[in-house]
Design a protein around this ligand. Structure first.
Ligand code: G1P
Ligand code: ZN
Length: 544
């Protein structure tokens, strides 16, 4: 007898609107009655489910395993033909993107709240990626949201859990569930893109690396790739076991949250190269011995040197960066004579450019870098490309950065975050700022003249879609820039992000501390937006 499909009566739940990257809420909210089910049914209603094949996996955070079983039962009840699941319901976000593409599936559901902490009282999230492997575009997530506002029932199969620990084929009613090793296919893709032999030789020569996986999803991937395949000494990868609460860590690879790695990289016995990745494995931070690599610089260096890796030896088609990311990558694109693109924040905006073959490498200041090999940013990919470059150039990270600045000049850059501000205060500040824009050009502040001020809008060059209100920009005559926007991924109040940039053409003035070099821009940012008056905050919580 085949298992029974139950139709459950439900009612819309307010606030199921996906943000920058899917629907993210506090775990207890997601675990609330009908909450996950309403959202999953809305996804399936919008993308269609009957006869389709999907990928399913998540970053292993608290509730990941149980949510996976619910999603499987709902997919089966809605008539899906097949779901490919990472063993233990684990898949890094880039690995999920790869599996969607490799198996030519109809898309995938990723359970993750990325770099947000995990646990019974922390964050959980669900997002849908399309058949191209990339996050659903805004029109699709908006349709999902609209569906959540009218939903009245969902379908679920009455069946026991699938044994997701067991690799191989399972059945759930009429639906096939293929449980796969989460690492194998991803590692194979990396072997195609990078010169593993050169990196292997580098490790054999005594090169030392520290990879901090922050008790999140990349642990098994990093151990397999760096230690088993590339011959890095055992123990190179730390915090390598994914834990439901990330061991209490905040799995966001930046100097604040990956402090242990920063301390080690600035110590007397520092390894040659350090890296960290986030909860779901799409972000990365890269550090040399005694030198931090800002993500904007990392993007520029990777673009300038990509040809040294086999996967990119024929050159890049173009480089894309999110608007708040520094213009360092633009200078590389200009020098290479290739396309350059400036998109709103969020990886989904790169999808069309990658699909259309306009861009090969993309990056965001928020520790995200990636290429057309998948349709997500990819933390380990960035670390491997750096290793490939280090192995071929046989120079230190510091030497490579200094070379880069000498050639292109340096875009001093920093982001200041003000977290958990009352939403009404943050909104009032942004509204006042938007209201003041017309009067700003021509004003002089901190000795710098404002040349333009606007609210960033983007017209996608591929499909013509328009995204407005993507962040307030204040541009100065000397090339300095301030950007203000509110986070779309937070789950508590509002997070104000202030992005600060100043260009030094060189040859002098390339070696300053970034915060010191930016100090007039920082002061201008505070006074232009009256941050303290509106929010009561005069110091950021996180500086990257
Ligand atoms: C943040 C980052 C953004 C990134 C997103 C998902 O979004 O700023 O670059 O794409 O996380 O990782 P935000 O919270 O700023 O909306
Ligand atoms: Zn992430």
């Amino acid at each position: 007898m085949s298992p029974q499909i139950t139709t459950v009566q439900t009612a819309p739940i307010a606030g199921q609107k996906p943000g920058t990257s899917g629907l993210r809420k506090k775990t207890p909210v997601f675990m609330g009655r009908h909450y996950l089910e309403n959202f999953v049914q809305s996804i399936l209603d919008v993308v269609g489910c009957a006869g389709k094949t999907f990928v399913l996996g998540g970053d292993g955070r608290y509730f990941n395993d149980r949510a996976a079983q619910v999603i499987l039962r709902m997919a089966a009840a809605n008539g899906a033909a097949r779901v490919i699941v990472g063993q233990g319901a684990i898949l890094s976000t880039p690995a999920a993107s790869h599996l969607i593409r490799l198996n030519q599936t109809d898309g995938g559901i990723i359970m993750s709240a990325s770099h947000n902490p995990g646990g019974p009282n922390e964050d959980f999230g669900v997002k849908f990626n399309m058949a191209n492997g990339g996050p659903a575009p805004e029109a699709v997530t908006e349709a999902m949201y609209q569906r959540t506002t009218t939903i009245s029932e969902y379908k679920v199969l009455e069946a026991q859990d699938v044994d997701l620990g067991q690799i191989g084929r399972h059945k759930l009613g009429a639906m096939v569930v293929d449980v796969v090793d989460p690492v194998t296919d991803y590692a194979e893709l990396m072997m195609k893109l990078f010169n593993f032999e050169a990196i292997h030789t580098l490790f054999k020569s005594g090169f030392r690396m520290r990879m901090d996986c922050m008790c999140a999803v990349t642990g098994p991937y990093a151990v397999e790739i760096f230690e088993n395949l590339l011959g890095a000494p055992k123990g190179t990868v730390v915090n390598a076991i994914p834990l439901p609460d990330f061991g209490g860590m905040h799995p966001d690879p930046n100097p604040t949250w990956a402090k242990a790695l920063m301390d080690e990289m600035f110590s007397v016995m520092a390894p040659d190269f350090g890296a960290a990745s986030d909860g779901d494995g799409d972000r990365n931070m890269v550090v040399g011995r005694g030198i931090y690599v800002s993500p904007s610089d990392s993007l520029a260096v990777l673009a300038a040197n990509a040809k040294l890796a086999p996967g990119y030896e024929t050159g890049l088609k173009g480089v894309a960066r999110s608007m708040p990311t520094s213009a360092a990558a633009d200078r590389v694109a200009n020098a290479l004579g290739i396309g350059k693109y400036e998109t709103p924040t969020g990886w989904k905006f790169f999808g069309n450019l990658l699909d259309a073959g306009r861009a090969t490498i993309c990056g965001e200041e928020s520790f995200g870098t990636g290429s057309d090999h998948v349709r997500e940013k990819d933390g380990l990919w960035a670390v491997l490309l750096w290793l490939n470059i280090l192995a071929v150039r046989k120079q230190s990270v510091a030497a490579i950065l200094r070379d880069h600045w000498a050639k292109y000049g340096r875009n001093y850059y920093s982001r200041h975050d003000f977290e958990a501000i009352a939403t009404d205060k943050a909104d009032a500040m942004m509204a006042a700022l938007r209201g003041s824009l017309a009067g700003l050009p021509g004003q002089v502040i901190e000795g710098m003249t404002i040349s333009a001020a606007d609210d960033f809008a983007y017209t996608d060059p591929v499909d013509g879609s328009i995204s407005t209100r993507q962040g307030v920009r204040v541009l100065f005559q000397d090339g300095s820039r301030i950007v203000y926007r509110l986070s779309g991924t937070g789950t508590e109040g509002a997070t104000l992000r202030v992005y600060l940039e100043r260009y030094a053409p060189g040859p002098d003035g390339l070696d300053h501390d970034a915060q010191a070099a930016l100090s007039p821009v920082i002061r201008a940012a505070h006074s232009l937006a009256a941050i303290a008056a509106f929010t009561g905050r005069s110091e950021p919580d996180v500086v990257t």
